[in-house]
Structure formats: C-alpha cells, structure tokens
Design a protein around this ligand. Sequence first.
Ligand code: GTP
Ligand code: MG
Length: 340
Amino acid sequence: MATKSKTDESKAEEPEEEHIMTMEEPLEPEPTIDDLPGVGPATAEKLREAGFEELLAVAVMSAGDLAEQAELGEAVAGKIIAAAKKMANIGGFVSGAALLERRREVMKLSSMVQSIDDLMAGGFETQALVEVYGEFGSGKTQIGHQLAVNCTMSIEEGGLDGDVFYIDTEDTFRPERITQMARGRGLDPEAVLERIHVARAYNSAHQMLLAEEIKRMSKGRNIKMIIVDSLTSHYRAEYIGRGMLANRQQKLNRHLKDLKQLADVNNALVLVTNQVQSKPDAMWGDPTKPIGGHVLAHASTFRLYLRKAKGGRRIARLVDSPNLPDGECVYQVTEEGLRD
Ligand code: GTP
Ligand code: MG
C-alpha cells in the first residue's frame, strides 16, 4: 500500500536526502502507538497486551492478523495499520540510497571462527533470517549455542551486546554447554546465562505462541538474537502426509513472518535450524535437501548446509545468499566451542 509522501510534489529535485531522513524515523523511539489517530487508551492497551509496542510492529501487520491478535474489529485494525504506515513512513518505494542507509543499521555477529566469518563476509547479519541445516549430529545446535554466547559479548569484541531468546523444540539446549563455551571465551558463564532466555516448545502451536511472546518481552530489552532449534521438527511430526502439506506450509509461513518481524523491529538476527530429508527413498528424492520447501527457502536470507568431515572437522556450505558467493569453510567443534 503506497503512502502519500509528505513532500511537496513540485520539488522533485533533491529526493535522496528526504528519503534518508524518513527512513530513519521508524528507528527513533519518538512517536508511539498512543499517537495514532483514532487510537484511544483502551485500544492502545489492547495493542500493548498483544505485544504491539512499536509503530513499526503495527505497520507491518495485515488487517486480519492484527484484528485476531489484538482482538479488534478488522475495519478498525485496517485503519490503525494505515495510520501506522504513514507515521512510520514505511509505505511505498524508497530509493536505493535510502535502503543503503537502512542497511547501515545492520550489525554483524562474529562467529569468532575466521573461516566461518570469511564465508559470511564478516559475520551473521542482523535484520536477517539464517537457516542452518544438516543431518543429525552435524553441529546445528552447537552453532546456536556458540552464537548465543557470542551475542552477549561487546560490539568491539565482535558480539552484539544483546540478549538472546532461544526456542528449544527438541530439549537439546544445555546450560552446561553454554558454560563451557563462555569459559572458552574468557567470559563469566553466569553473566552469559543471565542473558540467554530459553523456552521449551511442546508442539508447533506452542512454538508459534512463544515467538509472539518474544514480541511482548522485547519491551525494555535489547534483544539481538532469536534462535529456533529446530524450526521444523514439530511441524514435520504433526503434519504427516501429502494431504496436510498445504496446511503445514501455511502455518510455517505465518511463524516465519513473525520471526522476520522480530528481526526487523529489533535489528536482531534470527537463526533457525532445520533437518534434511532423512529418507533417501522418500517422495522428494534428494536426501541432502532441507525440509520446509519453498516457504522456508524463500524466507531465509542465508542458508548454511553443515556436514561432518574426517577427523572431527565440520564443513559449512553457504547456499543461496543474496549478496555473497556460494562457498565452503572448515572448522571444528571442541569443548571450548567452535574453532578454526
Ligand atoms: P540434531 O539436533 O540431532 O539434528 O543434531 P545437530 O546438528 O544439532 O548436532 P549438534 O549440534 O548437537 O552436534 C553434536 C555433535 O557436536 C556431537 O556429536 C559432537 O561431535 C559435537 N560436540 C558436542 N559437544 C561437544 C564437546 O563438548 N566437545 C566436542 N569436542 N564436541 C562436541
Ligand atoms: Mg540439534
């Protein structure tokens, strides 16, 4: 939906600067949902309870979804979204220069393993969704743990100086492992664990609710990373067979949208893990393909394919990146964490 520009149309001369300025507005904490025309205290309260603290969070919703989540009428929700879009100035097209400006907000989380950072051109970007896929034991959970630890480190050290939210669907999060990795970086394990917030998801519906819960909990916290390990295991177990596929993909798509929204609003990194097809004789052939189909392929900004190699080494392959060449790197999983 296009939003009318506030600028006088006769002055088409110097649009770049205008655009750069408007692009920065949503990132300033100035206007709030209370400033939306037609939103009284009661509606603002409903929005807050549903986790819509920021204008941007409202602006990126669909009317149907906002109506459902904030318990509003759909027409009201539509009006609120339209107003939020205007105030946050995110409707319509922006220049490449303005996009570049928004990209300047992007931070990079270092893996602190040279080969992996080289592959990722310096580290894992915020405002992005990274999918890490591979077979059992390929090291997906290890990457999640390591990046969680690194995320709590200072920006000068390559971290994001932020909190981590970890949705654990397979009961494989281990504080002991975090402790080992924190020590491996010379950090106080307790201080690191304090900043990693973990929830166990019991089924896919619960997993989706937890992602919405993060939205609520982001208030007053510097969330810089969200991990879902594994993104797909519950969906895969619950939606079995061809007849369920469309429904599964629809739910997964919704979940991914929520996650991407968290990445955008918080300038955070979302990391999800995924398995490969386990049965080589399955209907869709290739056993090295990640599950989740087009929905996930489309939602991921970066995809990393992990596999084991000889001598305890691991190989990570970057697949389908928007701006980086495909390539591979080798590293190791040690007691202290990931190492070159
Ligand atoms: P699934 O979740 O089962 O699909 O596997 P995954 O890809 O998440 O594998 P995970 O990250 O759990 O990797 C497990 C492997 O990491 C183990 O088989 C070990 O090789 C390695 N690993 C885990 N902890 C340690 C450790 O303390 N020291 C060393 N050297 N290796 C470890
Ligand atoms: Mg795992």
